[in-house]
Design a protein around this ligand. Structure first.
Ligand SMILES: *Cc1c(COP(=O)(O)O)cnc(C)c1O
Length: 436
């Protein structure tokens, strides 16, 4: 029988991913696992180097492809370049998403900006879906133009819109699926087919990269890299972190992007603190599967309840048979065992029965003060059910006309299902809807 000491080897590969998220790599060159059941948190900003030669070797090896081989013994120099706790989390995130490498960042936005700004530069262009997380929208609309990266925001559920948006200088196609907040799905494999046709006619250095924000689904419900994405973004703050204690982000993708991304992270400086990495490594990622199984079970019950409620105009949850992209949802959103995994996020629109446009506000205000299980707060993927109004909160960086044109209406409510007993969530929603 092999023991943990026999590593590094591939022995954990025969275990289910759900199991591997709990144990991580059975042997890591990042740290000696032999005596720690829980990985250690290190809080040393700088590292002692035994000799000038070893110091020089550490700098020479930094950002090299060798750093990604399992037998490599890292020479740690300074936390901003790389450190053990974040490194162990990166190994496990790469496993979770099925990628060759992962890099952690200070936040989801630090990861997203690193992805876009290392794949595209001045005088180049990116295409993104027309509905995006509010700060990603603001990054693309307000900051990228300052460094002369142009963008086109189009409907990426429409293959022709994507084809005609790609220009000779386009380098990135960027989207979320499910989209925050309206739960629209974008067919990753279809985007891959279109981008492959375009890349086939291009010099490889001018290729278009597909970047997918997988925050809503998490790798438990969807692995974009398997479906054709080049690079995945995660806000670790959300369901991967899981407990709402820490902000963090990650990029997961091919080894070929490692060099540029780690240099970008070193020089722009948006590193994940080892203390935040530790919480995600020890509490968040290992419990992702267990939490998601429960979130999903409750989300389905809540979505069914909302769907039959007379005050609810529409419910967008990929698990409902009435979901307009149900067939795509079943194809694209699958857990590690291949079962349909529609996730924990629901978007629904409240009917404006009084005609004053305030039904959603009455609903939210009542829930915020009276409903024990519904917490009015942004963010998502925590153990508590969170509720918010994207029109006036998370997506307020878009102007009214843009929001309405994109279907983000004042009556829209985003629900992130938590671990409470679903009967209680439904009872509180029912009571709050009486006040809508
Ligand atoms: C929250 C979120 C982000 C940003 O992540 P931070 O960790 O808050 O920077 C990006 N994309 C989506 C879909 C999000 O929900």
């Amino acid at each position: 029988m092999t023991t943990k000491k026999d590593g590094p080897n591939d022995r954990e590969k025969k275990y289910h991913l759900r199991t591997r998220l709990i144990h991580g790599l059975s042997h890591s060159k990042r740290w000696d696992y032999d005596h720690h059941v829980v990985p250690p948190m290190t809080v040393s900003a700088t590292f002692r180097l035994d000799s000038a030669k070893r110091g020089a070797q550490g700098f020479a090896e930094f950002a090299g492809a060798d750093e990604l081989t399992p037998s490599h013994h890292p020479i740690y120099i300074y936390d901003r370049l790389g450190e053990p706790t974040g490194g162990m989390l990166e190994d496990n995130l790469a496993t979770a998403e099925g990628g060759e490498m992962a890099l952690c960042f200070a936040s989801g936005m630090a990861a997203i900006s690193a992805a876009i700004c290392s794949l595209a530069k001045s005088e180049q262009h990116i295409v993104a879906h027309k509905v995006l997380y509010g700060c990603t929208f603001s990054l693309i609309e307000n900051w990228l133009p300052r460094i002369r990266i142009e963008s086109s925001l189009v409907d990426l559920t429409d293959a022709n819109a994507l084809r005609s948006a790609i220009k000779p200088n386009t380098r990135v196609v960027y989207f979320e699926t499910p989209v925050n907040p309206d739960m629209v799905l974008i067919d990753i494999a279809e985007v891959r087919r279109i981008v492959d046709q375009i890349n086939a006619r291009r010099d490889p250095k001018d290729r278009v990269w597909i970047v997918v924000d997988n925050t809503f689904a998490t790798p438990y419900c969807q692995r974009p890299l398997e479906l054709g994405a080049d690079l995945v973004c995660q806000s670790l703050t959300k369901a991967i972190g899981g407990f709402g204690t820490d902000i963090g982000g990650a990029l997961i993708g091919p080894k070929s992007l490692y060099h540029d991304l780690i240099l970008y992270r070193k020089d722009f400086g948006g590193i994940l603190s080892p203390k935040n990495a530790w919480n995600t490594l020890v509490y968040g990622l290992p419990t992702l599967a267990a939490r998601m199984v429960n979130y999903q079970k409750s989300a389905m019950r809540v979505a069914e309840f909302l769907q039959q409620h007379p005050k609810v105009k529409e419910v967008h949850y990929p698990g409902l048979k009435s979901f307009p992209q149900y067939e795509l949802a079943q194809r694209q959103m699958c857990d590690y065992r291949g079962h349909f995994a529609p996730g924990s996020m629901i978007y629904f629109v409240i009917k404006d029965t009084k005609g004053d446009g305030d039904a959603a506000e009455h609903f939210i205000d009542w829930a915020a003060t009276n409903a024990y299980t519904l917490t009015l707060a942004v963010s998502l993927g925590q153990i508590k059910t969170l509720i918010e109004a994207p029109y006036s909160m998370t997506h307020s960086s878009m102007c009214d006309a843009d929001k309405r044109a994109r279907g983000i209406v004042p009556g829209g409510i985003r629900l992130s299902i938590g671990l409470e007993d679903w009967h209680d969530i439904i009872a509180d929603l029912d009571a709050a809807l009486e006040h809508a």
